[in-house]
Ligand binder design. Structure first.
Ligand SMILES: Nc1ncnc2c1ncn2[C@@H]1O[C@H](COP(=O)(O)OP(=O)(O)OP(=O)(O)O)[C@@H](O)[C@H]1O
Ligand SMILES: [Mg+2]
Length: 291
């Protein structure tokens, strides 16, 4: 991220950010989704959707229940196979890349349903993210060769820095499963950041949070963008959070893209309003926590 030096923190919260140097040495590439199609049997969950996550922006993917957000997200991250279309990270075609290789290519992903190892410490959970960077090798690791030990120390130091940045350093040596929910979400984000991504993908980071926790999560996401200069692709139901932090918003409805614009323009878009009003009867199930 040479091109995009982090700006001054807006509210002084980011004093810790000094401890976390730029995530990668490279410029952040755009993530471009091109005519993406995801099918489940006869159902087209994502229907020729195209949008671009511009470098260093928070890009939200929204839409009523069943609109295809998670399907799109999962196809980008290699969990689902796209029936057609392409996903490009800069010049690199990610379309057929399996999920486990995404981290090494600069895609860091936090999960909607926490996938932490509850008995392991916060540090160990975050270190799992570092493994994607692949060092050492089986034999060298087994023999605990000096460069492996040095590497491990470096990884642990970096993991601790990331936790500090996210405000969870005080929990470093506690079992992740015992932390308050909001902090567990942060551990998951820390793990995603530990792969030094150029794009951080978050599926409903505020699901199950109260208003104060949601506001705090919004600040965290903004901090990640501002301090690291990386892109964030965010699937989220909480409109307050989305409209408050997104630079751009893509709206899906029944698998189709119906809007792709600034938050202000999207909020005024008649088709978006219709899609959300039309889905009003489902709003109670939506609040329970979507898939
Ligand atoms: N694994 C699956 N198998 C079959 N159908 C699926 C699968 N996942 C999603 N679908 C269907 O695809 C459509 C899009 O679902 P998806 O979960 O992507 O929507 P969403 O926008 O994430 O919704 P929500 O807001 O409820 O999370 C829905 O009709 C859903 O029932
Ligand atoms: Mg979903």
């Amino acid at each position: 991220m040479t091109a995009r030096a982090p700006g001054q923190p807006p509210d002084g919260r980011l004093r810790q950010a000094a401890a976390i140097p730029p995530t990668t040495g490279a410029d952040v590439p755009p993530l471009s989704v091109q005519e993406l199609v995801v099918r489940f049997g006869g159902l087209t969950a994502v229907d020729r959707v195209s949008f671009t996550v511009r470098p260093g922006t928070v890009h939200a993917l929204i839409g009523p229940n069943g609109a295809g957000k998670s399907s799109c997200f999962n196809a980008i991250t290699g969990i689902y196979r796209a029936a057609a279309g392409r996903v490009m990270l800069g010049e690199r075609d990610l379309t057929r890349t399996p999920a486990h290789r995404m981290a090494g290519l600069g895609i860091g992903r936090a999960f909607q349903n926490l996938a932490l190892s509850p008995r392991s410490t916060v540090l160990d959970n975050v270190l799992l993210g570092r493994h994607a960077l692949g060092r050492g090798g089986f034999l060298a690791t087994g023999l605990r060769l000096p460069w492996v030990v040095r590497g491990e120390r470096r990884h642990a130091a970096r993991a601790a820095e990331i936790c500090d940045f996210l405000g969870i350093a005080r929990h470093l040596h506690r079992p992740a499963g015992g932390l308050p929910y909001g902090d567990q979400k942060r551990v998951d984000i820390a793990r995603a950041l530990a792969v030094e991504p150029t794009v951080l993908m978050l599926d409903e980071p505020a699901a199950g949070m109260n208003a104060a926790e949601t506001a705090e999560m919004a600040r965290t996401i903004r901090d990640v963008r501002d301090a690291l200069g990386i892109s964030v692709l965010l699937v989220e139901h909480d409109m307050g959070l989305v409209m408050g932090i997104a630079d751009r918003v893509t709206v899906l409805d029944f698998g189709r893209l119906i809007a792709d614009d600034t938050p202000q323009a999207v909020q005024r878009d008649p088709e978006v309003i219709r899609a959300y009003l039309g889905a009003d009867d489902e709003s109670s199930s939506r609040e329970e926590g979507p898939a």
